[in-house]
Ligand binder design. Structure first.
Ligand code: GDP
Ligand code: IMO
Ligand code: MG
Length: 425
């Protein structure tokens, strides 16, 4: 397979983990390029369910190498737990999992600052973060006071951490939190550093050498376009570039070495956390989507907000990411809906918006302009070829592609590997 970026086109949880696992059989390396353990990527293999937060979803294949790129923020305690979890299921990560020495390290003060900031915000201002310390860790990176995986495994680490903790604790206490105990923190993190040594590597050189040798890389995005720090519904976003451009800056691989972009998009829309969501449903249809689609956060367990497909989001995502084709997921969740609505544009203060407005204040006031299509009212989860789908289901999928100016390459009709239909492009 050519070097491929796979990213989320909506507000995350599009089913990226499932599609990565399917495509991973055709590549040599799967590399995450941004985010941290705020992500929750679910892979179902037979009766087993795996939820990966930091480890790339290629780890469940046998031979693929997995890289945690420089663009991530890594909580080593969480990573070591996740490694233990994967190994408990009989899959070995030894010699095939690498963490960039340039990736930033998440410390407990990041999580505590994240929680303290959220606690101080009023309703309507809260972001609804995962409280994993993602924003404060990226903040330290940009402020040039962060510590990286290369620092963690360096002999100087205790000194570096001590000097960093002083300022972090002052911030934490000023925000109403409790200072972190230095001795306990050092003990926990120096023990983790020892265990991390075998994974920390120069992944920038590793990835580029692999491409030069003719190996192929699948870049695994986390979150989604509408949660991207630049292109999402700011400030209700995460703190990294979840769009395809992030694959270059978050891995050290240059743009011309990337061959294609696959956008993962749900056949409807969900969002977890706060922030504007024009097609959100508050009625029985929304509850039905949540129930049939098991829409609960894979990281925090929070119920996801559900709504109709938003073609403004889809069109915008296709443009910003340069999507070559969609991997559309969860069509089966819509099997029992008599009528389906699709948002084709927004209206705000008498003005029509065909394109995504930058202002969250505008987006909050936008109401969807819908068109309706008849549902197919029959099961699709047992369909194994695109041509065998009900005609009305094909018409719905084709309309979504038409409205978002993007071809369909993969259609997913269930959580397992077998429920994946490939469409000849
Ligand atoms: P990610 O964060 O993008 O990897 O997505 P999550 O794993 O957080 O959420 C997607 C959920 O939908 C998971 O529970 C998947 O097992 C499930 N899933 C993925 N594709 C399909 C599909 O086509 N149909 C159904 N019913 N479930 C799916
Ligand atoms: P995957 O990779 C869905 C949301 C949080 C919150 C906002 C900021 O599984 O698709 P953060 O903790 O990142 O500072 O929270 O972003 N969020 C996600 N929503 N899927 C995710 O990841 C998410 N990661 C963060 O709910 O609204
Ligand atoms: Mg998820």
């Amino acid at each position: 397979m050519p070097n491929t970026v796979l990213m989320g086109a909506q507000w995350g949880d599009e089913g990226k983990g499932k599609i990565i696992d399917v495509l991973a059989s055709d590549v040599d390396i799967v590399a995450r390029f941004q985010g941290g353990n705020n992500a929750g990527h679910t892979v179902k293999i037979g009766d087993e369910k795996y939820v990966l937060h930091l480890i790339p979803s290629g780890i469940l294949r046998e031979d693929q190498c997995c890289v945690i790129g420089n663009g991530l923020v890594v909580n080593p305690i969480a990573l070591l737990d996740e490694i233990a979890e994967v190994e408990k299921s009989g899959k070995s990560v030894k010699g095939r999992l690498f963490v960039s020495d340039r990736a930033h390290i998440v410390f407990p003060y990041h999580g505590a600052i994240d929680a303290a900031r959220e606690a101080r915000l009023s309703d309507g201002e809260k972001i609804g973060t995962t409280k994993r310390g993602i924003g404060p860790c990226y903040g330290d990176k940009v402020s040039r006071v962060g510590l990286r995986a290369g620092d963690l495994v360096d002999d100087e680490f205790p000194t570096l951490l001590k000097s960093r903790l002083d300022e972090a604790n002052r911030v934490l206490v000023a925000l109403g939190g409790e200072a972190i105990d230095e001795a306990a923190l050092l003990e926990e993190y120096t023990a983790a550093a020892e265990k991390m040594k075998e994974y920390v590597a120069d992944t920038v050189t590793m990835l580029n050498s692999a491409i030069s040798k003719g190996e192929s890389i699948l870049f695994e995005g986390a979150q989604g376009t509408m949660l991207d720090i630049d292109f999402g519904s700011y400030p209700f976003v995460t703190s990294s570039n979840a769009t395809s451009g992030g694959a270059c800056t978050g891995s050290g691989v240059a743009p011309h070495r990337i061959d294609q972009v696959v956008g993962v998009i749900k056949a409807y829309t969900t969002r977890v956390g706060e922030g504007p969501f024009p097609t959100e449903l508050f009625d029985e249809d929304g509850q039905e989507m949540g129930r049939v689609g098991s829409e609960f956060g894979a990281t925090t367990g929070r119920p996801r907000r559900c709504g109709w497909f938003d073609a403004v989001v889809g069109r915008y995502s296709a443009m910003v990411n340069g999507v070559d084709f969609w991997a559309m997921t969860k069509l089966d969740v819509l099997d029992g809906f008599e009528t389906l609505k699709i948002c084709v544009a927004y209206e705000c203060d008498g003005k029509r918006y065909d394109n995504m407005p930058a202002s969250t204040r505008v987006l909050e006031k936008c109401t969807p302009i819908y068109e309706e299509m008849p549902g197919w009212m029959s099961r699709t989860d047992n369909v194994t070829a695109y041509d065998d789908l009900p005609e009305k289901a094909k018409a719905y999928v084709q309309r979504l592609c038409e409205l978002t100016n993007t071809k369909l390459g993969i259609l997913s009709v269930g959580p397992k590997r077998a429920s994946t239909l490939r469409i000849a492009l």
